[in-house]
Design a protein. Structure first.
Length: 478
RNA sequence: GGCUCUAUCGUAUAGUGGUUAGUACGUUGGCCUCUCACGCCGAUAACAGGGGUUCGAAUCCCCUUAGAGUCACCA
């Protein structure tokens, strides 16, 4: 068996959406598992849809996520060029070969004629009108410079069957196949044609792509057959949906890879999650590193039915990756989000320690830390905690004592603060939870905070802590 | 509409003729605890419907229903 060669062939239309990224991921994982090659090819035959910078986004995203291609436009290889617009001349040559063998023909039909074709169930099917043109007429019109396209000559009877690795045998009546255009009037090949020619020329023997190509694959197979080329192995994949009836797409404003990064998701979590959308390993593993994914990936685990993208589960996976980050990496990665919090001179290390285990995405940082810079009215009701037997009256009573204790505290760190407050609770003969609860509320004015009273006091610093306690006392006495 | 594909808890899935239908997220009860979070223990909830085949069907077949894809000089 020759070396497995698979490929990812995106169009540079502006972004790499989640579905495309997953296709690339699966193709890469499968190629690597089989000790084969993974190739990147840019399909830019539609000049109208080309978007500047889109190619760079593709390169960057694949690199960033670890989906390294063995051959491609910017890394080279023996089958280049890897950009379709640079292979333009190849296609016409092969199309003409097909014309010679009768598998394709020139078509001079005008747009108007095409538009006048009968509409059958909402679709206009080309009627093979130009198939019957005489050799002389074709030569004459070609010489005259008439605009033309080259169409594939589909069989009218019989049916075509092929095997798909995930969907099994697919059979379609040949009469369902339209004489699709191979070469457009601008001389460029259509995707359908270029795709087949390139795959063959590049030695691609395994094609992994979205299910949208499942029903047009017989057309490609007819092309392979006409040339006498060996058909590749096909692996079609189910779509990723936003909900039961809508596909996930940038057009609907759904998240692309880059959007997810901006929303505070880690690339490892994104890759891990999308790997699980439509595929599952033999065991019950869910959190898998890229290396594990490579080891465990197998096409037999690919699902047939569409799967809905679940941000909640992604967030959960993301939190797992966040928790295992070394503190330094976390601090480094969190930097941009921390900057939006105006933390002034608070100790970033302590702040990170506080939030690392409490966020699922980095975007939550701002909300979680707002209390560090915003402090104002405290609702008396917040002092009430039945379990700890705390309330506003108790707060009014012990807050001054807390203040006195802290005022003389020498080493301002979490442990000392905690010990001091616990000590006070013993002296006052009340629950330590009551003291800590009241202190925390007084310092933050919030029912829920990341971290307890002592941790927060440590970050706030002595001066700010005492200032806030004063504030709280004043409010209670007002 | 024609053609193709799909159908297990809300979501992602395990399951390939015999299981108390498993797991994870979510939701939820509890424990732990200076609130929250983490962690731990429990609960919740599914074979779309109807016919077959079979001693036996989530698993095989058919129909219905629902959904997706496709029918371009787009990829």
């Amino acid at each position: 068996m020759s070396e497995l060669r698979t490929r990812f062939a995106p169009s540079p239309t502006g972004y790499l959406h989640i579905g495309g990224l997953r296709t690339a991921l699966y193709s890469y994982l499968y190629a690597k598992k089989m000790n084969g090659k993974f190739i990147l090819r840019i399909e830019d035959t539609d000049q109208g849809r080309y978007v500047d910078g889109a190619v760079e986004i593709i390169y960057r995203t694949l690199r960033e996520t670890g989906i390294m291609y063995d051959e491609g436009p910017d890394v080279g290889g023996d089958y280049g060029p890897y950009i379709q617009s640079e292979r333009k001349n190849e296609y016409l040559f092969y199309a003409e070969k097909l014309v010679e063998s009768g598998h394709a023909y020139y078509c001079f039909c005008s747009e108007e004629r095409l538009a006048s074709l009968p509409d059958i169930n909402g679709a206009r099917r080309y009627d093979k009108h130009c198939l019957n043109l005489s050799k002389e007429e074709i030569a004459e019109r070609l010489a005259r410079g008439d605009k033309y396209v080259i169409r594939q000559n589909m069989p009218v009877t019989g049916n075509s069957t092929y095997h798909d690795v995930v969907y099994g045998d697919i059979t379609i009546e040949n009469s369902e196949l339209e004489d699709q255009i191979l070469i457009k009037s601008d001389g460029m090949p259509t995707y359908n044609f270029a795709n087949v020619i390139d795959d063959h020329l590049m030695g691609i023997n395994c094609v992994m792509r979205g299910i949208e190509y499942l029903s047009s694959t017989p057309k490609y197979n007819l092309l392979y057959d006409a040339f006498g080329w060996e058909r590749p192995v096909y692996i079609h994949m189910p779509p990723i949906m936003k909900d039961a009836q809508h596909k996930l797409s940038k057009r609907n404003g759904d998240a692309s890879y880059e959007d997810l990064i901006k929303k505070g998701f880690l690339k490892d979590a994104i890759i891990n999650y999308i790997a699980l959308l439509g595929w599952s390993p033999k065991d019950d593993s869910e959190k898998m590193s890229f290396a594990e994914l490579q080891r465990k990936f197998d096409v037999s685990g690919i699902n047939k039915s569409p799967s809905i993208f679940d941000p909640m589960k992604l967030a959960w996976l993301n939190s797992l990756y966040i928790k295992e980050m070394p503190p330094e990496s976390f601090a480094e990665y969190a930097k941009p989000w921390l900057e939006t919090c105006y933390l002034k001179d608070f100790d970033k290390r302590l702040v990170c320690k506080l939030i690392q285990s409490r966020i699922e995405t980095f975007a939550e940082i701002e909300d979680k830390l707002r209390f560090l810079v915003e402090f104002g009215d405290i609702d008396d009701g917040l002092y009430v905690n039945q379990k700890q037997k705390a309330d506003a009256a108790l707060a009014k009573n012990i807050l001054p004592k807390i203040k006195d204790k802290l005022y003389v505290l020498k080493n301002w760190d979490n442990q000392n603060l905690f010990d001091t407050l616990v000590e006070l609770s013993a002296e006052l003969d009340c629950k330590k939870g009551a003291v800590l609860w009241i202190a925390r509320v007084a310092l933050t004015g919030l029912a829920v905070t990341p971290g307890g009273a002592s941790e927060i006091a440590e970050i706030l610093g002595k001066e700010e802590t005492l200032r806030r306690i004063d504030c709280a006392i004043m409010q209670l006495n007002a």
